[in-house]
Design a protein around this ligand. Structure first.
Ligand code: GDD
Ligand code: MG
Length: 349
């Protein structure tokens, strides 16, 4: 049976100033009023056949927000609390260790909490296609046809057809711009959607082979788990010693068992303000406007007001995001660098 795992421990710094450490992007309603990205992810599961209780892996600081949002959405989920962020390889290791206790043949469907998927039916079909491969011990990725040489994604070169998918001949996580351009021109590369399907035991085996230190640290940490009301808590000293690494670098770049199932469900990773612009821009002027905003002769811009009236005149290709205590003004091409501002603010205290 498929056990969905929603990874909800990221910080979302490129969506500052709306996304904050205490309230990162996955808990915000960014494109659908009243529905957060996490809630949208959890609701997506209702389109899948025969899934077990979903597991949400998140930072302990966010436990009440996760519980409250799941309650509001009517989704009953298990919530596993990390004492600190160690990226996705350890988060999934904890999920796998928990799943094999319930069902040694469990398949994990790992879903980031910050994706928008427009066509839920196509998504459900792709997962169905991947299931047979996962049951054969493969680590299944879902690949998206690239629309640009984006450097924030993993790139998968597809090989031979293998059942409902293709073997992965190369997996390169976050290539440099030059590499990314050659991959897109090549035509045989797909973006890694960041959604994975694999047997919990197959993932544990892959960690044992390619990142045994991560597996060992997580096994120790998992052994110290405690049920705390509705939460399963990992004790901090053990987990903090684990290396911080994503599944992409720790396992997917190395494994021989990877396969890719192409899918085209209108997928976006809401990584930065430009992605939200692409998703929500409309009309002749191509603006994406949210909240109390007034514009005159403004084009191709995202303007978002959270607390005050924002007026913009005669500007093009800008991102303007207003909150009660901070305002971001950026060229739409440069919004990835918003995270540098967040780092500087942290350093300067
Ligand atoms: N529980 C937990 N703990 N979750 C985490 C942690 C952590 O320490 N770190 C990140 N996450 C969650 C994030 O909240 C997000 O939902 C998901 O894991 C993926 O992390 P990102 O940090 O957003 O990864 P990325 O976007 O840079 O890259 C991944 O996704 C791309 C597609 O969106 C990779 O898989 C790329 O290869 C892929 O192309
Ligand atoms: Mg992401």
């Amino acid at each position: 049976m498929i056990y969905p795992v929603i990874l909800s421990g990221g910080s979302g710094s490129r969506l500052w100033p709306v996304s904050r450490e205490q309230h990162p992007k996955q808990f915000l309603s960014l494109h659908r009023p009243g529905v957060s990205l996490l809630q949208e992810t959890a609701q997506r599961l209702s389109n899948l056949e025969e899934t077990g209780t979903p597991l949400i892996v998140c930072n302990e600081q966010h436990r009440f927000m996760v519980a409250e949002q799941m309650h509001q959405s009517g989704v009953s989920a298990q919530i596993l609390l990390e004492p600190c962020a160690r990226n996705t390889a350890p988060a999934l290791a904890l999920a796998a260790l928990l799943a094999v206790q319930i069902d040694p043949d469990a398949e994990l469907l790992s879903m980031p909490a910050d994706h928008v998927i427009k066509d839920e039916q196509r998504f459900a079909t792709a997962i169905k296609q991947g299931l047979g491969l996962a049951q054969q011990g493969k680590l299944v990725t879902f690949g998206i046809t690239p629309s640009s040489a984006h450097t924030g994604y993993g790139y998968i070169k597809r090989g031979q057809a293998d059942g409902e998918g293709f073997t992965v001949s190369t997996f390169v996580e976050k290539p440099d711009p030059e590499q990314a351009r050659t991959y897109v021109e090549n035509g045989n590369y797909l973006w890694n959607s960041g959604i994975f399907l694999f047997g919990a035991n197959a993932y544990i085996d892959a960690l044992r082979q390619y990142a045994p230190d991560i597996l060992e640290a997580c096994e120790h940490a998992f052994a110290s788990r405690q049920q705390d009301l509705d939460f399963l808590r990992i004790k901090s000293e053990m987990f903090a010693r684990c290396r911080s690494e994503s599944i992409d670098y720790a396992v997917m770049e190395h494994t021989k068992e990877a396969v890719v199932v192409p899918m085209d469900p209108g997928w976006s990773d809401i990584g930065a303000w430009d992605a939200l612009y692409d998703l929500t821009a409309e009309g002749e002027d191509g603006n994406a406007v949210h909240g109390d905003v007034i514009t005159d002769n403004v084009r191709n811009s995202l303007i978002r007001s959270e607390s005050r009236l924002v007026a913009a005149v005669g500007v093009d290709h800008l991102v303007i995001v207003e909150t009660a205590d901070a305002v971001l003004v950026a060229d739409r091409n440069d919004v990835q660098a918003t995270k540098h501002i967040v780092h500087r603010l942290k350093e300067e205290g």
